[in-house]
Design a protein around this ligand. Sequence first.
Ligand SMILES: [Ca+2]
Ligand SMILES: [Ca+2]
Ligand SMILES: [Ca+2]
Ligand SMILES: [Ca+2]
Length: 494
Amino acid sequence: MTSPLNVPRTSHAPPRWPAGPQALRRWLALPLLAAAAPCFAQPERMVDPVQTPEGGAGQAFAIPLSNGGPDQLMSAAPGPAGSFHVAGFVAQTVTSARTVVVLRVRADGSLDPSFGTGGMAITPLVFAGGPDEIDVAIQGDKAVISATIANAGNVDDTDVALVRMTATGTVDSTFGVNGVRVVDLNSAFNNGVQLLARDAARALAIDDTGRIYLHAASRSNASATRQDTDFVVVRFTPNGSIDSTWAGGDGKFTLDIAETNASPRSLLALPDGSVIGTGYASTPLVGNTVQPAIYKLTSAGSPDPAFADLGLFHEPVLAMAAEVYGAARNDANLVVTGYGRDGGTANDFLSMRLSTQTGSPDSTYGGAPGGVVLIDPSGASIGSNCRNAIALPGGRVALIGSTGPSNNPAQDAAYVILSANGALDATYGSAVQTFAFGTNGADQLWGGAFNAGKALFVGYKGAGSSQTAQNNDDAWAVLLSTPDDILFRNGFDP
Ligand SMILES: [Ca+2]
Ligand SMILES: [Ca+2]
Ligand SMILES: [Ca+2]
Ligand SMILES: [Ca+2]
């Protein structure tokens, strides 16, 4: 089912950013509630707005946050005046605390100096998670950020936390407790070698009334001896209290599939108050292969019996493995993205389209067998991992991630754009694009958003031998100009 594409790798030289401390415009010592203050370079302009991106496709550029330590971007959401809020972390050195930050990036790719300090706002959260464990969503003109953090009372545990930042990039003290809400879903299991089944924040959604939904993984609460994780959705009031009117009264919905581990990824809040969570699990129900887990909850926080099998789609869609990461709304359709394979050892990007009402897959999507579209952005079967789905105008969706051997310099960032019907779509210059972020990076894209004619994809030039290695990597982004429909936002054409 692989559809290898013979796409030549394009070179996107980023705007030059001088190396070395002398290149820093200035270093700022910033007050911080919970961690040592990181210093960061304040860039002035990332992208020349009159420069035409090569081939009309995306423009890659560095967002230098820390010269001496790791800095990664993981999530983006629309901001005011065509801008983007972008969340990630920054640390001053490879061993110092990783502080959760949110940036405001303007439509030309530059940081917005009216937000935080020089465009970057520092949250009180010290990051203790891995890839995909920081997310940002917009509540009115404020940015809500979720993250996996350390448990202050138990060094062998992590918790999930929300923080809200004002429109000017300060911690909003009217939210939660002094701006932060920490939730200890369960304690991790320490097997003497490593922590298993720790609390992990994976996705954030905000509905039309401002209520906040967090998609998390947590060790099963079903008994004290359980070591597996469950899918958890927590609903919060707009001001950050757990919503006791939802999901039977504790504000938490838990999905445990056959007492196996859960890998929650994305979360969508629909206008009728329902929510759809996506992810994957390896269970006896699907032959103990990794397959999608896509579930829908009613506005009351219970499984929607009209969706798939009593609220859950969990079926084998590829013979070897299929991991769903991203989800995008396209009116009445749900487009999910991720990666997998029918055979061999090399994963490809995948996408499927399902009804948001019935959970039924559209077997005609993309003209692919079973409606499961597989795309190899490298054209060379070197293995590819799609990490998110970004809704674009006209029902299009961007699949973003990486291609090439994992956690290796040969790994490059990549995006693929599909039409509403699942076909490769070159409306924005090219349907498939790969990027080497600088030199020798294990490059990744993890988050993105569309706003006012621009799509911003964010990630990092990885520097470690593993995804979580504490090395000095760097934040990068790709800006894609889309000529049509500047009013499109959040998955719906106006
Ligand atoms: Ca915990
Ligand atoms: Ca479980
Ligand atoms: Ca690379
Ligand atoms: Ca760095």
